[in-house]
Design a protein around this ligand. Structure first.
Ligand SMILES: *[C@@H]1O[C@H](CO)[C@@H](O)[C@H](O)[C@H]1NC(C)=O
Ligand SMILES: [Zn+2]
Length: 428
């Protein structure tokens, strides 16, 4: 009895500790000219500890989603009026959206998917819900145990909070060859982008559990997949704050966390990533200052021999397929080839449900983001086909993408991934 009471108290305090977003709204803002665009970009670089930019300012054509706390609603409204910005409310109450999303209703279509695609009976992990880090790691360990000839679970180091980080190597030992090409995939750099690990684990499952349906992808290629690159942040986003983005390094006094994305800067610039420790995009003291990014750098460099042809880093949201560079508006020399492959991949993706993805370089003329792991993979690790992919959606739910979209997201992205895999196989 006393034990049950204790459990109830623990559950209640866990709930109470969760950061709440009552009255927070997400606005979609569209700049109509350069001055109004710069007004938004300035808000992003100077006040992103107050205004949480769910999407970055990219160009005049791309709408920008901004979460506004209730105490700043008036100031924000003023800004909209001053700059005559087009806007509409996308999420009227973020707290309600979080609660609706947590229920994770499965769509009827999910039940009609083949069992192996919505979740295997063998594993606790499935793709009708989002799962915590423990469940993901358990799945990876079980898969490696079930398929020792194909799957190797590699520990690549520890996080700031001492969690083990994992890279999954998928390689058929029966067809092992030093001339095989390889693909590296990462995800979960930003904690709140739950769809990214949910896609990466599905990809691992599809390659391995459904090997017989398409053995060529595993026989002719080696895969290195880092499904959750920011485990501390991911755990925190489940337990404490659904909208947490950074890691959990308390390097800035009251403001915890460093954005792991710009930490990968191959050419570190001040563009995009903010220098204020309380900002969502705080980039930390130096490139690779964080355990997580240093571990990933070392792991990638240890496997990225001359045969690694593609690097895909998965984020959400916005439905973009982006090429380097993020740190400069210049395009890489082989941009036409990068664009072609992206175009073919996106065509196959769109053919599934009609989902539209925008293809382009990470940096549009107007705004220099500060680059991410794809910039580094190309410029620093020499992997030619490096992309950042921003998964579903375009902002109706944003980071709070309902769980019933996981499988459709994954099925369409799988078609794109097959195009990349086939292309990469053929490179000699
Ligand atoms: C998916 O996993 C969750 C949690 O383990 C479980 O409640 C749910 O029933 C599972 N869904 C399916 C379709 O198996
Ligand atoms: Zn991201």
């Amino acid at each position: 009895m006393r034990f049950l009471l204790l459990l109830a108290l623990l559950a209640a305090s866990a709930l109470a500790a969760q950061k709440r977003y009552d009255g927070y709204k997400v606005f979609q803002v569209k700049a109509k000219d350069l001055p109004s665009f710069h007004a938004i970009a300035q808000l992003y670089t100077e006040q992103s500890s107050i205004y949480d930019f769910w999407t970055e300012p990219r160009s005049l054509d791309d709408p920008i989603d901004i979460m506004v706390p209730p105490t700043y609603m008036q100031a924000f409204d003023q800004l909209l009026q001053t700059h005559n910005l087009h806007h509409r409310v996308k999420i009227a109450d973020v707290q309600s959206a979080i609660e609706t999303n947590l229920k994770g209703q499965a769509a009827p279509s999910v039940a009609q998917e083949p069992r192996s695609r919505s979740g295997s009976l063998r594993y606790k992990l499935n793709w009708t819900e989002y799962h915590d880090y423990t469940t993901i790691v358990l799945f990876l360990a079980e898969l490696a145990q079930n398929y020792p000839d194909i799957v190797t679970l590699i520990t690549i180091g520890k996080t700031h909070e001492n969690r083990e980080m994992y890279m999954v190597k998928i390689s058929n030992t029966q067809t092992a060859s030093p001339t095989k090409n390889a693909i590296i995939v990462d995800g979960g750099i930003h904690a709140r982008e739950w769809i990214s690990p949910a896609w990466n684990t599905w990809l691992i499952h599809e390659l391995v559990e459904n090997y017989a349906a398409h053995p060529q992808y595993v026989d002719n290629l080696d895969w290195y997949i880092l499904p959750v690159m920011n485990p501390d942040g991911y755990v925190y986003s489940f337990a404490d704050d659904r909208l947490w983005r950074k890691n959990r390094n308390p390097v800035n006094g009251p403001c915890v966390g460093i954005d792991l994305n710009p930490i990968f800067l191959f050419a570190r610039t001040e563009g995009g990533a903010a220098g204020n420790g309380c900002d969502q995009t705080y980039h930390g003291p130096a490139a690779f200052s964080e355990d997580e990014s240093a571990n990933v750098r070392d792991a990638v460099l240890s496997v990225a021999n001359g045969r690694t042809q593609a690097y895909l880093t998965y984020h959400s949201y916005g439905q973009y397929w982006l090429t380097p560079w993020g740190y400069t508006a210049d395009l890489p020399e082989d941009y036409p080839q990068l664009f072609d492959l992206a175009q073919n991949a996106v065509n196959s993706l769109t053919a599934v449900y009609g989902t539209q993805y925008t293809i382009g370089s990470s940096t549009n003329v107007l705004y220099v983001a500060s680059g991410g792991s794809d910039d580094w993979a190309k410029g620093g690790a020499g992997i030619p086909y490096s992309y950042t992919v921003e998964l579903r959606d375009t902002g109706d739910f944003g980071f709070l993408l309902p769980a019933d979209q996981i499988i459709p997201n994954n099925l369409e992205m799988w078609e794109a991934m097959k195009v990349v895999a086939e292309y990469v196989t053929g490179i000699v």
